[in-house]
Design a protein. Structure first.
Length: 224
């Protein structure tokens, strides 16, 4: 398997980092195994399924085997129910989408574009260039708007700053809220990034501070 993806240090501050290690192992397996280019998967009955970028045709059993590991010479592999529960958690966190039927399970990584860099970024990393050139490439990349949903436009840097401040799940909630609002009202904003920040501030002013509560974590079955 060739190719590479971006990873994010801000995952250290996300909800998945608070879950048992198997959750993150499944999440990484998904990111590493989804398609980097569109593809077609044939089945025995003659059916052909088109699979897009950031998608994977798989099964719960294949994922379980893919995240298995050896412990003191003994192969450890989570059961199918555990994998199903983890995937459902990832879907609730709006990190993936799942489509299942009797033949296969299709997994789609949401916001897949964030984990892929343009080709020129790969070549830049393999060459020695001047600091001025690197700064110029970085600014061009950060200024490029990426569409989230149908209407919301954010640069990669803006999205990263929102995730760092709010967490991935809350950021996606605000993006969906803004996307629905623009779609229903036809509203236009100069900056969707600053609009979200304004909504965050207004929401914080409306809600009184809550006492800290210990997060309840789910421990998958069969894990020790």
């Amino acid at each position: 398997m060739s190719g590479w993806i971006k990873d994010w240090r801000k995952e250290l501050e996300s909800n998945i980092w608070l879950m048992p290690p198997l959750y993150h192992r499944v999440w990484q397996w998904i990111k590493y195994n989804v398609n980097h280019e569109p593809n077609k998967v044939p089945f025995k009955d003659g059916k052909v399924v088109e699979v897009g970028k950031g998608e994977k045709i798989t099964s719960y059993r294949q994922i379980a085997n893919g995240v298995g590991y050896y412990e003191r010479g003994i192969w450890r592999e989570p059961n199918v129910k555990t994998i199903r529960d983890i995937l459902e958690w990832l879907r609730n966190e709006q990190m993936i989408d799942i489509e299942s039927n009797s033949q296969y399970t299709r997994i789609k990584v949401l916001n897949w574009g964030l984990y892929q860099a343009p080709v020129q970024d790969v070549s830049n990393s393999q060459e020695t260039v001047s600091k001025q050139s690197l700064d110029t490439n970085k600014n061009d990349k950060n200024d490029k708007k990426i569409k989230y949903g149908e209407y919301v436009l954010l640069t990669e840097a803006e999205y990263g700053q929102l995730v760092e401040r709010l967490g991935e799940s809350t950021t996606n909630d605000y993006i969906e809220r803004l996307n629905n609002y623009i779609g229903s009202r036809g509203k236009k904003y100069k900056s969707h990034y600053h609009t979200i920040l304004n909504w965050v501030r207004r929401d914080a002013d409306k809600v009184p501070p809550q006492p800290n509560r210990r997060r309840q974590l789910y421990m998958p079955e069969g894990d020790e």
